[in-house]
Ligand binder design. Structure first.
Ligand code: AMP
Length: 477
């Protein structure tokens, strides 16, 4: 007896069912169970989906099914207009969504493609001119193609805003409204967002027509499969603590592998990557200043295991999908509490277990409180100092030991590697643990407290955007 849902319960064509089976999906995720029938019925959807919940298939599979009636093998571009349009905030997410859709559609004649900025536009023009039924795009590059007349959006039947919250954060609302105005008024609208600000709710009100709310988690909750650990570290020891964690928090004190480390700035990203490389950790940087080719190459090296640590800014936080990523480390506390949700959503995907570690220093308290408020939890913050030097050397020589699985399932409920003495946990005492500098110490401790505070105000309150006005012709009643 089994009440478990299966994909065969959905009226999806055999070509799509076969593709799902080949990919290896057996049980639909909760968001898929909820979203697939609603999308198949042609209704608008507001998807409150956490990252890693399987939402791409949740909208992608039924969207393919709905336009499958148009599938044909004609060579004529006119027979392959865009029918499904997916808008995504970043190149990485667009690429990843497209990769999934290609797999889902591979047994159908539907053509699937992606366009995003930062790469040569000409191959994309060729692809669009040949015709593509399912198009994933970042808004800016799509508008470039509209201007270049390489794409015609008048046959779009389904439009999907993926990671809508991020698109608003990145200032894409005017671009989105321009794009929506180019689409037929009669269409199906789907919108997915991990977090729900009043702005997002406003956009949903205007963009969606009597939407069905599809929800798999509490609003703004963090992934339940992610174990969250927060360590208080001294500012000057943050990098050393990170290095200790990277070198010793793996199985039996071995180095961690496949770790995503988040930092707040491009400069910080570059610097930390160089420091890690200097101490023998294979690290790659991924941030907005790197070209698309460099970012994809770094991601590829990371996925293949050639590089163990990916140091990323928030630009890279969205859309990275690395199977069973075990550990995410917030080297910097994110400026925006919602970014925390997205960052740690890189682990614990689709039911896999993961660990999210965050290092906090004295000046981060406001940011940490904001995260606690948003995620409705109170962190149990522990003090952590770098390993003593002799243990650190041993960790270094152990790096050459054979690698094993980074985390066991049974570690998840307890503390991180409780049987391994990881980096030393202490109650940090600025008087006894710092070198004695007459007269300066107390002053510098106080300065540090004050110095960091303004960071909390880096994100100034946004002016409420007049969504309805921007959306012009597509306001719905
Ligand atoms: P998404 O939230 O769409 O980015 O999906 C997260 C990950 O879960 C991706 O690697 C998907 O391939 C995977 N996934 C999606 N649906 C399923 C499923 N039903 N069973 C197993 N894995 C899935």
């Amino acid at each position: 007896m089994s009440d478990q849902p299966t994909f065969s319960q959905f009226p999806l064509a055999p070509a799509i069912q076969e593709a799902i089976a080949e990919i290896g999906y057996v049980v639909p995720t909760p968001i898929q169970v909820q979203a697939i029938p609603v999308v198949l019925a042609g209704q608008d959807v507001m998807g409150a989906a956490q990252t890693g919940t399987g939402k791409t298939a949740g909208y992608g599979l039924p969207a393919l099914q709905r336009v499958l009636r148009w599938a044909n093998t004609s060579m004529s571009p006119a027979r392959h207009p865009v029918r499904v349009l997916i808008l995504a905030p970043t190149r990485e997410l667009a690429d990843q969504v497209n990769e999934n859709l290609v797999k889902y559609a591979r047994k159908t004649p539907l053509r699937v493609g992606v366009v995003y900025g930062g790469v040569d536009i000409r191959p994309q023009m060729d692809m669009l001119r040949r015709g593509v039924e399912v198009l994933t795009a970042t808004p800016g590059r799509l508008l470039d193609h509209v201007e270049g007349k390489s794409v015609n959006l008048t046959q779009v039947e389904i439009v999907i805003l993926d990671e809508a919250d991020r698109m608003l954060d990145m200032g894409f609302l005017p671009d989105i409204s321009r794009i929506l105005n180019l689409l037929p008024k009669k269409r199906q609208n789907l919108m997915f967002s991990a977090t729900f600000s009043p702005e997002i709710k406003n956009l949903a009100k205007n963009f969606l027509n009597h939407p069905v709310l599809v929800e798999v988690a509490r609003e703004n909750a963090t992934a339940e499969t992610v174990k969250q650990l927060v360590y208080r570290v001294h500012d000057s020891e943050k990098t050393d603590v990170l290095i200790d964690i990277l070198k010793t928090y793996g199985e039996d004190g071995s180095p961690l592998k496949q770790v995503l480390v988040f930092v707040n700035s491009k400069l910080g990203c570059r610097r930390l990557t160089s420091t890690l490389k200097r101490v023998g950790i294979e690290a790659e940087a991924i941030h907005g200043d790197r070209t698309q080719e460099e970012r994809l190459a770094a991601l590829q090296d990371f996925k293949s295991g050639k590089c163990e640590v990916l140091v990323a800014t928030d630009v890279a936080a969205r859309g990275l999908d690395i199977a069973e990523l075990p550990v995410v480390i917030n080297y910097d506390v994110p400026f925006g509490a919602e970014d925390y949700v997205h960052r740690i959503g890189r682990t614990g995907r689709a039911g896999a277990k993961g660990v999210a570690i965050m290092l906090v220093t004295g000046g981060d308290s406001r940011l940490v409180s904001a995260i606690e408020t948003l995620t409705k939890q109170k962190f149990d913050i522990e003090d952590l100092a770098p390993l003593p030097r002799n243990q650190r050397r041993r960790a270094d020589s152990d790096r050459r030991a054979p690698r094993q699985q980074a985390w066991r399932d049974d570690d998840h409920e307890g503390r991180v590697r409780p049987d391994v003495p990881p980096a030393r946990k202490v109650v940090y005492d600025p008087i006894f643990d710092a070198p004695y500098e007459p007269g300066e110490l107390a002053a510098s401790a106080v300065k540090q407290e004050i110095k960091k505070e303004p960071a909390a105000s880096v994100r100034t309150a946004k002016k409420p955007t007049k969504v309805a006005a921007l959306l012009g012709g597509c306001i719905r009643k």
